[in-house]
Ligand binder design. Structure first.
Ligand SMILES: [Mg+2]
Length: 228
């Protein structure tokens, strides 16, 4: 049985508290176009979706047409809010400062954005030279490409890796990469991560060191049954 040797962190919602900010902004924009939802409902429906898919949901599920500048306006407001409000996910600094295993970050966001966000939240020193973006591979999550790319660049086999993810999209990518999947569920219903194959689901970063300790001995090497 392989032991876990590499921890691959997602960025948004796992290292930095950007998902919460982004979903509050999305709530505001939806409100402005006449869709009235609670923050929990917004998170439930939209978390982990791309902007294009978000537009499709607004059209198909709510029968509304988002303004033409929806994507740019959403991004503009997010960047503005991140500059002032972005924080690390609670407890992640303690995890990283004591983590003995090799680790890296693999995100659907661009390398530049990830670098800036980690610098803003004082986490960049833990990931120097270890930032991998889906923009460097053919397909973004939910496809496994960025996880496989990160593992290869870091010099590990997929079965030696655990991914830490906070959305069904990311967990699916971990499943298809043949890696162990730990789901962090500060914001999302844990069932949503279990449904798509998270091996372990936890809601507080303080629990992660012990889980990683256990992962070293209990590796789930089940391969995906989904077509990719
Ligand atoms: Mg995420």
């Amino acid at each position: 049985m392989d032991k876990i040797k590499l921890v691959i962190f997602d960025c948004d919602g796992v290292l930095i508290d950007s998902e919460r900010i982004a979903n509050i902004i999305l709530l505001e924009i939806l409100n402005e176009i006449g869709i009235f939802l609670t923050l929990e409902e917004v998170i439930d429906i939209f978390i982990g979706t791309s902007t294009n898919f978000c537009i499709e949901i607004i059209q198909n599920r709510f029968g509304k047409s988002p303004p033409e500048n929806f994507a740019t306006e959403f991004e503009r407001r997010c960047i503005q809010a991140f500059i002032t409000d972005l924080q690390p996910v609670q407890g992640i600094k303690d995890v990283l400062s004591t983590l003995k295993l090799a680790h890296c970050v693999a995100s659907n966001s661009g390398r530049n954005w990830v670098g800036k966000a980690l610098a803003k939240t004082d986490l960049l020193s833990y990931f120097s030279g270890k930032i991998f973006s889906a923009k460097e591979v053919t397909r973004s999550k939910p496809y496994p490409d960025v996880f496989l790319y990160a593992a290869e660049k870091m010099g590990f086999l997929p079965q030696e890796c655990v991914v830490i993810e906070d959305t069904p999209t990311g967990v699916r990518a971990g499943v298809d990469a043949g890696m162990t999947k730990n789901g962090h569920t500060e914001m999302i219903n844990p069932e949503k991560l279990r449904e798509v194959g998270a091996s372990v689901v936890f809601n507080d970063m303080k629990l992660l060191p012990n889980l990683l300790e256990q992962n070293q001995y209990f590796v789930n090497s089940a391969k995906s049954k989904r077509d990719i």
